[in-house]
Design a protein around this ligand. Structure first.
Ligand code: NAD
Ligand code: TYD
Length: 350
């Protein structure tokens, strides 16, 4: 039986990945190491928590002893590293936690893998899951490729860029078998409602203002989370060691288009008059250093590994809205406590 370590498996993408892996690969033991920050939630994995090939370990990736202890205990064949602080706005108000988890945490894992594998790298792989935000901001034209120069512009993207560089450095310096993917904005169920899409759906439901930064003209390239998970699976099994793969859905949308589409879908599903929720749109102060446009060229992944997204943007958005409307309990659970304080700090007392 193979054993892999997934970090951050209780978060948004991590929980989709863990669910996919334990079901598809019954002969692989999946050990999920997660600190359970505000973004990590074991409710996300309720349906697989009793599977015989799934184990949860609560812990901090910055904790060297804890991480090395897990490598000793389980003798991992592979690592899929997702644990991170992931929200740009939080990185602007509190960068240190991003430096700690995203940079120091990644190096802690690299050190533990290097020590445990001790030069015997046959069948081993350290997979680092990263973001397209490391490439910076595009103008109206062009796409990020794997050779685009790094130009991170927020504490979040700078911390992810640093972690990518360190992963590559461990490959070149110590021969550690690594692979990296840089993906565009994901959406789908189980995403913490501080990110645009779940936040807007939740606020439409509760008839709260829909905060749109600046003029709403910034562009993001949206990918359904299930298609990101499929890409990670493919890259983990077929990707070339030392390589980087960009993952993106070719779904560029301005933020205001996303917000209006969500108003349309939610109003229709809740039986509200068409256009009702658009009156909630509120233009608020722009994010500091707000990147204008992200767009991914994923032709390397498509041409070399045969990946293609399976869900269209329309299907994915419909599925996502249905999921949040059907999972009110989940939303209520995660929108309490720390989230409320964060929300007040970020958006004022509305
Ligand atoms: P998330 O914020 O939903 O989840 C992060 C998870 O990591 C949580 O479960 C949290 O508890 C855990 N975690 C945080 N700090 C930890 C620590 N010190 N030790 C152990 N666990 C810790 O994030 P996500 O959106 O699922 O993103 C997962 C990964 O994918 C991140 O590395 C992110 O940079 C990357 N990524 C995300 C997107 C996106 O659109 N969400 C796009 C591209 C890449
Ligand atoms: P977000 O979901 O935070 O992802 P990222 O910053 O990693 O791309 O934001 C997506 C876009 O939506 C981004 O351009 C910022 C914008 N945005 C708003 O306009 N209002 C909001 O309340 C949030 C959270 C984001």
């Amino acid at each position: 039986m193979k054993t892999i370590l997934v970090t951050g498996g209780a978060g948004f993408i991590g929980s989709h990945l863990v669910r996919h892996w334990v079901k598809k690969y019954p002969d692989t033991k999946v050990v999920n190491l997660d600190k359970l920050t505000y973004a990590g939630n074991l409710e996300n994995l309720k349906d697989v928590e009793d599977m015989p090939n799934y184990v949860f370990e609560k812990g901090d990736i910055v904790d060297c002893e804890r991480v090395s202890g897990l490598f000793e205990k389980y003798r991992f064949d592979g690592v899929i590293h997702l644990a991170a602080e992931s929200h740009v706005d939080r990185s602007i108000s509190d960068p240190m936690e991003f430096i700690r988890t995203n940079i120091v945490g990644t190096v802690t894992l690299l050190n533990a893998a290097r020590a445990a594998w001790n030069g015997d790298f046959a069948g081993k792989l350290f997979y680092h899951v990263s973001t397209d935000e490391v490439y910076g901001s595009l103008g109206d034209e062009g796409y990020f490729t794997e050779t685009t120069r790094y130009d991170p512009r927020s504490p979040y993207s700078a911390s992810k860029a640093a972690s990518d560089h360190l992963v590559r450095a461990y490959h070149h310096t110590y021969g550690l078998p690594v692979v990296i993917s840089n993906c565009s904005n994901n959406y789908g169920g189980y995403q913490f409602p501080e990110k645009l899409i779940p936040l807007v759906i939740n606020n439409i439901r509760n008839r709260k203002p829909l905060p749109v930064y600046g003029k709403g003209l910034n562009v993001r390239d949206w990918l359904y989370v299930g298609d990101h998970v499929q890409a990670i699976d493919l890259i983990f099994h077929k990707g070339q060691v030392g390589e980087t793969y960009n993952v993106g859905g070719h779904n560029e949308k301005r933020n205001i288009e996303i917000v209006k589409l969500l108003c349309l879908l939610v109003d229709r599903k809740l039986g509200r008059p068409q256009g009702d929720s658009e009156t909630l749109i509120t233009y608020v102060q722009d994010r500091a250093g707000h990147d204008l446009r992200y767009a991914i060229d994923s032709s390397k992944l498509v041409d070399r590994l045969g990946w293609n997204p399976s869900v269209t943007f329309e299907q994915g958005m419909e599925r996502t809205v249905d999921w949040y409307l059907a999972n009110e309990e989940w939303l209520r659970g995660v929108t309490s406590g720390d989230y409320l304080h964060y929300y007040t700090r970020q958006y004022g007392e509305k």
